[in-house]
Design a protein around this ligand. Structure first.
Ligand SMILES: *Cc1c(COP(=O)(O)O)cnc(C)c1O
Length: 364
């Protein structure tokens, strides 16, 4: 039996009828950019996250970038980011002209370690961008305390954690603003690219609305040098369909994670650690082992698909080599060598989950 790492086709197949109806609705309206579907999705997703404002944008990277822009972050500034994250978190800072300053993770949760943040703060620091990595919230109270003390903004990167909670509160409303991605493989995935900013700050929300649309509030009147970064009507209509089952999908992910946690307990793998205040939505289920290469190969021959998130940390990418060739982040580097993501998603059946556990148990 083959178990695919992720099956986006089967996830979207469950919604086929509703997705077709959404397409028809948009076709019938004749309105394709910045219309009723985007407005409705923004209202519905803001309510879901428990925030005042949601602004649909082109993708997750743009969501992060536009918030930093709107805050006036730019050349000469520094933005604190995790050393182990998808490169988009760093690129958002770079887009503004600021320098990403990396902070190493807590080796148990893999999320940015609040205890290491203050040492990275300089007079140039403007913002902290914690990532709720793999679907589990960073320690936001600790991060907000540091930010308040130093007068910094906090931008949550929620690209992997739609619906996750921290001390009972939904991610996306825990900092000063948040950036979401609706890339097809995320917990809430569109049928193409999409993203959103959430915030309780009405002035920021207004600035993002202007920035995403050519710096314009009134057609052909451009207040600032803006961007073309809009969530389109079709993707918004699709996202409204998929938002209706996000909680159910996340619950299924939690069941699968629980099965992995108990089925793999006592094995040689380092399993994900969940602090008592976290309520993760398991975008990824990531184990850690020194025998990663061998294990991945063995699982492959047994038909179990796995991936590595991420094989090269941002500071080791060619894109950043000129900035960071002298710098080493040993925790991020060790993770890149040792992490392995197991099949995860609402599409997985109990039998498939059992197959993965048995394959892993037989691989040591
Ligand atoms: C996916 C992702 C992004 C970027 O989202 P896009 O929609 O692909 O631009 C940003 N940060 C993290 C942590 C991600 O996983």
């Amino acid at each position: 039996m083959k178990v695919s790492f992720l099956n986006i086709k089967s996830i979207n197949d469950c919604h086929r009828k509703e997705l077709h109806a959404a397409l028809d609705r948009v076709l019938d309206s004749g309105w394709l950019v910045l219309g009723k579907e985007v407005e409705s999705f923004e209202r519905e997703f803001a309510a879901y996250c428990g925030v005042e404002h949601c602004i649909g944008v082109g993708n997750g990277l743009e969501a992060l970038h536009l918030v930093l822009r709107a805050w006036g972050v730019g050349a000469g500034d520094e933005v604190i980011v995790p050393s182990n994250t998808y490169i988009a978190t760093w690129l958002a800072a770079s887009y503004t002209g600021a320098v990403p300053v990396a902070v190493e993770p807590d080796p148990v949760t893999f999320n940015i370690d609040p205890a290491r943040i203050e040492a990275a703060i300089t007079p140039r620091t403007r913002a902290i961008v914690p990532v709720h990595l793999y679907g589990q919230s960073a320690d936001m109270d600790a991060i907000m305390r540091i930010a308040d003390k130093h007068g910094l903004k906090v931008l949550e990167d929620v690209a992997q954690a739609h619906g996750a909670r921290y001390k009972g509160r939904r991610t996306g409303g825990l900092g000063h603003a948040a950036g979401f991605s609706f890339y097809p493989g995320k917990n809430l995935g569109a049928l193409g690219d999409g993203g959103a900013v959430t915030t309780n700050d009405p002035l920021l929300a207004d600035r993002i609305r202007v920035l995403r649309n050519y710096g314009s509030r009134i057609k052909y009147h451009n207040e600032v040098i803006g961007f073309n970064s809009r969530l389109d009507e079709l993707q918004a209509a699709f996202l409204r369909v998929k938002l209706s089952t996000l909680d159910a999908d996340n619950t299924r992910r939690q069941q699968i994670a629980a099965a992995y946690q108990s089925g793999l307990a006592g094995s040689e793998l380092q399993l994900p650690a969940v602090p008592e205040w976290a309520d993760p939505v398991w975008h990824l289920y990531v184990v850690r082992t020194r025998q990663r290469e061998v294990l991945q190969q063995k699982l492959g021959t047994l038909g179990v698909g796995t991936l590595i998130h991420y094989p090269i940390p941002p500071h080791r990418q060619a894109a950043y080599v000129s900035l960071f060739s002298e710098t080493s982040f040993p925790l991020a580097e060790a993770m890149a060598d040792e992490v392995l993501s197991l099949p995860m998603g609402p599409h997985l059946t109990d039998v498939e989950v059992e197959t993965v556990i048995r394959a892993l148990r037989g691989s040591f």
